[in-house]
Write a protein that binds this ligand. Structure first.
Ligand code: 5RP
Length: 233
């Protein structure tokens, strides 16, 4: 059954609101990308503007950076030694072991960078994202343009069907990441061994980053109707 978009939007807001309660005064935050993260950044900005929280953040995409600026969250540039107290971000799919597929919004490289540099990574998601087995959502790869043909061949050898992502606004144009790389969405249907696939993809030259996030998330807040379920690693 296709989920009702207004119900999904409401679940995303519930998950975002629940995540706000994990933020403490003075924290340095990694701000995620996508619609659930946008709901979180907006609520966080309201709390900052109301003087309820003093926080700083670094964003995982240019879109989230612009939003953070608009809502008044002070931003910190990347620098040596920078670590985040808390990362809050959405997911395209996650399983009960908190293994994730990310990158539907094309921000997987910066997301993985900042979430790896965080003490605690909290996932926020609507009820459709929690799945018994990863793989229905096509797995995104960020790829150096020159490497594209060989990456497509290598993904096929691993049993995936790769599709180069096109721009939403113009399907005749290829989608470009914030780093100006290409995105390849790989249809596997099921990923029985995510750790193995992650390892195999990481070894293919030309893949800058792959969208399986394993051993990174410490907890997830999954909204289901009005309820928010907490899953811990
Ligand atoms: C972007 C991501 C997003 O977190 C993911 O696509 C979830 O998005 P949404 O909150 O809009 O469902 O990984 O690269």
């Amino acid at each position: 059954m296709t989920p009702d978009p207004s119900q999904l939007a409401s679940e995303k807001r519930h998950a975002a609101a629940a995540a706000l309660r994990w933020v403490r005064d003075g924290m340095l935050l990694s701000l995620g990308s996508g619609s659930t993260s946008a709901a979180f950044i907006t609520l966080l900005g309201e709390a900052v503007q109301a003087g309820q929280l003093r926080v700083q953040g670094t964003a995982t995409s240019l879109a989230s950076e612009n939003l953070a600026r608009q809502v008044g969250i002070p931003l910190v540039e990347p620098r040596r030694g920078l670590r985040f107290d808390l990362a809050v971000d959405g997911a395209d799919e996650l399983d009960a072991q908190l293994r994730l597929i990310k990158g539907g919004g094309g921000a997987l490289l910066r997301e993985k960078l900042l979430e790896t540099a965080s003490e605690y990574f909290l996932v926020i998601a609507d009820s459709t994202k929690l799945v018994p087995q990863l793989g229905r959502f096509p797995l995104p790869l960020e790829v150096v343009p020159f490497a594209l043909p060989w990456v497509m061949d290598a993904v096929e050898k691993l049993g995936g069907a790769p599709m180069v992502r096109t721009a939403k606004a113009d399907p005749n144009q290829l989608y470009r990441s914030d780093q100006n790389n290409l995105l390849v969405d790989c249809h596997f249907e099921v990923i029985p061994d995510p750790e193995r696939l992650a390892h195999q993809l990481q070894n293919i030259p030309g893949i800058v980053e792959q969208g399986l996030f394993i051993d990174l998330a410490k907890a997830a807040l999954i909204a289901n109707g009005q309820e928010v379920q907490v899953i811990r690693a």
